[in-house]
Design a protein around this ligand. Sequence first.
Ligand SMILES: *Cc1c(COP(=O)(O)O)cnc(C)c1O
Length: 329
Amino acid sequence: MLCGLARAAALRFRAPCARWSGSRAGVPAHVVDLRSDTVTRPGPAMRRAMAEAVVGDDDFGEDPTVRELQEKAAQLLGVEQTLFVPTNTMANLICVMGHCRRRGSQLLLGQECHLHVYEQGGVAQVHLLAQSHGARVHLDGARLMNAAVALRVPPARIVEHCDSVSFCLSKGLGAPVGALVGGPKDFIEEAWRLRKALGGGMRQAGVLAAAALVGLAEAEEVLPRDHENARRFAKGLQALASPICSVDPAAVETNMVLVKVEGLPPAELCQRLQSVSSDEVARTGRAVSVLLFPWTEQSVRAVWHRDISAQDTELALRKWEFVLRQLGP
Ligand SMILES: *Cc1c(COP(=O)(O)O)cnc(C)c1O
């Protein structure tokens, strides 16, 4: 089995992520949280849908809202059936277990899932290769919707040549919990048994599926906006022409911006962007705390999502400018 699992990012969620948090300068700071697209919180429409969801026991297949989500997602992904599971990690695990049922089965992992997701021909080629060796292809489609929006193709087009797919609902789509496994009917029947064995069977899960349905319905509006904000930020940062931080706006395809950092450790840059000094308040009249993660030894990663507005993006850029000036020659 061939599998496009992404390099597992060691995410270190340590900073408090209140929208407003106290700052050393004694005024509340406006927090722009760019650590990950998993930090979104359900808004009023999503919470209303959750409160009003019609539910049943999903372990008996009796939750109408989960069934609606599974059917809508199957259409979207162009697969026979999908199964709602708690996390994308479990979705991937179920697929691996479903494909590699014989002891001694081999699992080949790609170094970068981007190969499969972003290069349209890639999956088809891997599938040709895979078939000739009797292998199956699983697509880790955690951010499949972002890829589809960026490529301007229906998600089903990306999934077309895969034997199974996972799909995360709690990243850019903004649901609090959930992922889906997609594939042929018999594969999903097996996936259902595996989910149960792994302790992933849920009861009145319609409360969660309702949030995911809202996320899916809003994706076409939200994701292009996230991508646009990310691109605008990259262009703005490039325009600062800093010797410390550089970025290639042309490389920003989706909601992520990788910023190359030279001359100081990325962790220190993150610390400076997060903290608020009285100097900042005095000079800019603002207190903005930008949260993000060091990505490699020489880069930081910023991720856009539905809770980051165009104005937040501008505030993050101005904070960045302030920090770079402080560090500047
Ligand atoms: C986030 C992610 C996962 C894990 O998803 P969870 O829902 O956090 O378990 C797996 N694969 C990829 C590519 C991801 O981005």
